[in-house]
Design a protein around this ligand. Sequence first.
Ligand code: PHE
Length: 344
Amino acid sequence: MLDQLQALQTQALADLNGVNSRADLEAWDSQYIGKKGQLTQMLRNMGSLSKEERPVFGKMANDVKGVLESAYIERERLISEQELAQDLESGAVDITLPGRPNPTGGLHPSTRTLRRFYDIWGDMGFQVYQSRDIETDDMNFTQLNIPPHHPARDMQDTFYTTTPNVILRTHTSAGQIRAMRELGGDGTKPLRVVLPGMCYRFEQITVRSEVQFHQMEGIAIGKNIRMSDLKGTITEFIRRFFSPTAKTRFRASYFPFTEPSMEIDVECFLCGGEGCRVCKHSGWLEIAGSGMIHPTVLRNGGYDPNEWSGFAFGMGPERMTLLKHGISDIRYFWANDLRFLEQF
Ligand code: PHE
């Protein structure tokens, strides 16, 4: 019997060496040490032994059971380790595969142009003032020397809101008075500000005009500011934005809030001044309105027009982006077509 026990242990341990899966381990367990296993079977048969043999056998059987149980535990640990290693290997990242695309967004071309504007105007001593999109009729028109029923109101078709006298600004000039009153120290401080922002006009959408568009207003107020300052400042800006050789033209015009007024043209990028479809065969493209701030507007902003003077201009970033990159249709800007936007 004792020999049988010994043989059982040797056999079981040898078998266990070949066990490499959880299923095989369970099978091994029931074959040897489980309820119906061989060892249990032998213990059941102990009754057939003599009184003297029984304790010797019992002790040895217990020892064998202990040996097999700890061998089982050790084997289970090994199998767990193998399983973990396998899991890690099968889930591992294959660094030779190409990476997953991770597209990053880009800045909208108008945003890029506006930022370029901030840089250039900042260099030239202008601070940025953010005015508001939703304006009063008073700020957008009346304070700018455009009283109710003035024919100049027809120059800019307006989006009205359901609140009386509250409109969407039709131009960034609407912020002029706010900037003067907030930053001018009651008409005591010189001023150099640019006012960027979205403007809205209830107009037919065409290749050249949209119902919403950015503008960048600029105002400079000081003592002895003259038309030549306006021309020099704008010319320098255009050189920096377009190219050092860009040609500029000033054309007499009319705005109620400036006197005198000028429109500013740059030479057509496409035909170099020869005349083409884009510039309507004039060789020039209009990019801004400007002029010397009207005395009434200065007064409305808190400045004494006998002592102070200034110039103002308003330019369209989309128009200028269009010129700079040779884009043929302004409607691309808000169409949200990635094929267009991704090119910038
Ligand atoms: N506000 C004018 C427009 O939108 C442009 C302008 C600004 C003209 C400042 C003169 C001075 O057409």
